[in-house]
Write a protein that binds this ligand. Structure first.
Ligand SMILES: Nc1ncnc2c1ncn2[C@@H]1O[C@H](COP(=O)(O)OP(=O)(O)OP(=O)(O)O)[C@@H](O)[C@H]1O
Ligand SMILES: [Mg+2]
Length: 314
């Protein structure tokens, strides 16, 4: 086990506001670990504590069995952090940004050249080095942000929502780069709001909400044990709301979104039979019908509820 937290708690301010409550997390070496949670759940705070940026209030953080405080220098030297908010200098070129952060890390000589090369190659920034960061697209800024996090050729890489505000091509490129880093042995700890992304990318996941870990396991195990089977009916038009009013009242029939109805069931054919007449009307524009385990998103919503967190008192 690379990282282990024991009853980790964090409070901010006065009067104290509990942001992490008794967090017990296990992150195995070599894993591609997804940390999922709604806004304000405590993901960034947890990452900041694990990387030694923010002090904890109580509990323990162990790295390879050693208290973080006792090995903080070694952890900093072998860990890369890609922060949620872009941490780069807009007025500087990409190359000057990399040079500056290499200086901050104290990199020198051949090691410096080699590490900058590694960061540039991994993020495919070779042809963009002389442009100012402020002139970069959103996707290139994210890639430069990742390159800066890779400058010490880390064994453990923390990425806090690295695919926010980018197009599908860049997202794909970033996800493939992360997978390939992990195949080379880098342990990845990754936070995101995108469930499909985490389901495809990560092999382990923890779901955190209001500072409490609700569940953690291998994704396959989670979906096998927790996930239920469901029938998904997807419409090319936004017909789910309209159709649900015409169907017989079914237990576990839900409008997942305006395009999708789901029915939790172990007998998909019985359900299809009962609704096929209404469903097959051409104006319904059924795009596809699928049956199988619930997605990670459905599991996430069933654990965390569908209320937005912006109205929380915290
Ligand atoms: N420095 C701080 N001082 C006081 N409260 C803070 C501080 N940093 C974070 N918080 C509060 O702690 C809670 C957790 O915040 P955090 O940024 O860790 O959540 P998050 O899961 O990363 O959210 P998001 O998905 O929006 O990035 C929030 O209620 C936030 O307002
Ligand atoms: Mg955050």
């Amino acid at each position: 086990m690379l990282y282990q937290t024991i009853d980790l708690c964090k409070e901010y301010g006065k009067p104290p506001l509990a942001v992490l409550n008794q967090v017990n997390l296990n992150i195995p070496k070599g894993s591609l670990f997804g940390l999922l949670g709604p806004n304000g759940a405590g993901k960034t705070t947890l990452l900041s504590i694990l990387t030694g940026i923010t002090p904890k209030t109580s509990g323990q953080v162990l790295v390879n069995g050693v208290e973080l405080e006792a090995c903080i220098e070694e952890v900093r030297a072998t860990t890369g952090v890609v922060p949620q908010d872009l941490a780069l200098y807009p007025m500087l070129t990409a190359q000057d940004n990399l040079n500056f952060f290499a200086d901050v890390l104290g990199l020198k000589g051949a090691k410096r050249t080699q590490n900058i090369d590694y960061a540039v190659t991994t993020t495919a920034l070779n042809h963009h080095l002389n442009k100012k960061a402020q002139d970069f697209s959103g996707g290139l800024k994210r890639r430069l942000n990742i390159a800066i996090g890779l400058l010490n050729q880390p064994a453990v890489l923390f990425l806090d929502e690295p695919t926010v505000g980018i197009d599908p091509q860049t997202r794909r490129f970033i996800l493939e780069s992360i997978k390939s880093l992990n195949r080379e042995g880098v342990t990845i700890i990754y936070t995101s709001h995108y469930m499909d992304e985490v389901q495809n990318l990560c092999n382990r996941v923890a779901i955190i909400d209001r500072g409490t870990i609700l569940i953690q396991d291998e994704i396959n195990q989670l979906l096998r044990h927790q996930g239920k089977n469901e029938l998904r009916i997807h419409f090319s038009a936004q017909n789910a709301e309209k159709l649900v009013r015409q169907l017989p009242a079914f237990p576990h029939l839900t409008v997942a979104d305006s395009h999708t109805l789901t029915v939790e069931t172990s007998n998909p054919f019985t359900v299809i039979q009962a609704i096929s007449e209404k469903l097959s009307a051409p104006e319904n524009e059924v795009e596809y019908i699928a049956y199988g385990q619930q997605s990670l998103e459905a599991l996430f919503l069933s654990l965390t509820g569908s209320d937005t967190r912006d109205n929380d008192a915290r």
